[in-house]
Design a protein around this ligand. Structure first.
Ligand code: GLY
Ligand code: MN
Ligand code: MN
Length: 443
């Protein structure tokens, strides 16, 4: 596969490294590249760099490590593959140590083959190192060898194995608080995603296939600069929408069904995450309208509630509470609301959470609780709001007219000092707007 240099300014990554160094508190940090995935020996899957690795380097090649040693010389050290003209003929350009040193503003760059030897030297004297295990098996083995060698080098001088701390949780704190660089990339990913959803709405009419709708999304994503999708497309017509991670996307869209689309473009490693649900014919049936308007009102109310200092936990509870009201109103569950929620009966129709952090990973890093306490959502944090209601076709306990209806409405939000900004507000979601736009494209 061909490797390219990130189109982003290397200063962005240098600034990030500087920011995280201050938080390391004397510990060292090791970040490994994403493992290379190979299928059938010869066929290489599309490679995407590990988000943490990209976040701190902008370097997109596999078989690489970053080691950071706060305040030491060298402070930022990258390990990369050597240049190899023969392999590059097959797989594409490699920077090699010299090229990487020039392009990525590192203090030192070594060949990956020297990782073990150099890293032992680089980590001498450290008592703690941040590293994320179990993401890359080969990298884990190398790091383990380094730690064992360091322990042996100390002999009986009293040091045990160096303490390993979790790099994901550590870096998650930084990735959670988006700065201007992060925000501009995420906004762009959201804009590309939103424009594609609008195009898909216009394209949809009875008889098109889910895959054709996917093609419209993909066309718009790539024509507008997306590198990839942030997650697999969910293009779910009719009852397919009640399977949360449906991604066969191979059915014909039928006149009387709804279409649920959950799709997001990735731009500079940031991902949009939008869901819209709308009638394939352009006109909601009375039953669809009841469910859709119910979910929409809840989604709008949740967004209206957003301001810095609120807790995600409260949003989850609000969504469960309001969606249970809706289930009672629709005759999906019965009894006292409190009892329905307490016995988790509402999970049958609303089995997921109300949202998640959004960023370089669609379910972005960053913890929701700190020492068991919910963390307040601060200005600069970005996340989704995505209530939904799903009534499977074969649910004989549900009113017949509601069976096979699945609705989710999902927008991407940035918390601001005074409230929030819905980055994906360009995609229609009121019944009136939707009925006006669906199916209006010339075929
Ligand atoms: N598309 C993944 C999610 O909505 O969380
Ligand atoms: Mn989502
Ligand atoms: Mn989604």
């Amino acid at each position: 596969m061909t490797m390219r240099k990130s189109t982003e300014n290397p200063e962005i990554f240098k600034r990030r490294r500087k920011k995280i160094v201050a938080g390391l508190n004397g510990a060292a940090l090791i970040v490994a590249s994403h493992p290379e995935q190979i299928r059938n020996d010869d066929v290489h899957h599309f490679y995407r760099q590990d988000s943490n690795m990209y976040y701190l380097t902008g370097f997109e090649e596999p078989e690489s490590f970053l080691v950071i040693r706060p305040g030491k010389t060298p402070e930022s050290v990258l390990f990369v593959r050597e240049k190899n003209i023969e392999r590059e003929t097959w797989d594409g350009f490699r920077f090699g140590p010299e090229g990487a040193q020039k392009e990525f503003l590192m203090d030192a760059v070594y060949p990956i083959e020297e990782f073990q030897k150099q890293c032992i030297e680089l980590l001498k004297g450290y008592e703690e190192v941040y590293y994320r295990q179990y993401k890359n098996k080969d990298a884990d083995q190398l790091v383990e060898k380094v730690l064992l060698a360091l322990k042996q080098a100390y002999g009986r001088s009293g040091y045990g194995l160096m303490t390993l701390k979790d790099a994901d949780s550590f870096l998650g704190e930084f990735r959670l608080r988006k700065d201007e660089d992060d925000i501009s990339n995420l906004r762009k990913a959201c804009q590309i995603s939103a424009d594609a959803h609008v195009a898909a709405m216009k394209f949809t009419k009875p008889g098109v296939t889910e895959r054709q709708v996917q093609a419209v999304l993909a066309y718009n994503f790539y024509m507008n600069g997306a590198a990839r999708v942030g997650y697999p497309y969910i293009i779910a017509s009719g009852n397919n929408a009640t399977t949360l991670h449906y991604n066969f996307n191979d059915q014909v869209c039928k006149k009387d069904d709804l279409l649920l689309i959950d799709a997001g473009a990735e731009y500079n490693y940031y991902s949009g995450d939008i869901t819209r649900t709308y009638p394939i014919s352009g006109q909601f049936t009375a039953a669809q309208k009841k469910v859709y308007q119910g979910v929409l009102t809840i989604q709008q109310d949740l967004i209206a509630y957003l301001k810095p200092g609120i807790f995600f936990k409260d949003l989850h509870e609000m969504a469960a509470d309001r969606l249970t009201d809706l289930m009672l109103e629709l005759g999906l569950v019965s009894g006292r609301k409190e009892d329905v929620i307490k016995s988790n009966q509402h999970r049958k129709y609303y089995p997921h959470g109300v949202g998640h952090w959004l960023g370089m990973d669609v379910h972005d890093s960053g913890v929701y609780f700190i020492n068991g306490e919910p963390r307040p959502v601060e200005a600069g944090m970005t996340f989704t709001i995505e209530p939904g209601l799903y009534i499977p076709q074969n649910d004989m306990s549900a009113p017949a007219e509601l069976r096979g209806i699945g609705v989710r409405i999902e927008d991407d939000i940035i918390m601001t000092a005074n409230g929030c900004d819905v980055m994906t507000s360009g995609v229609p979601k009121t019944i009136e707007e939707i009925e006006k736009i669906v199916g209006t494209a010339a075929h």
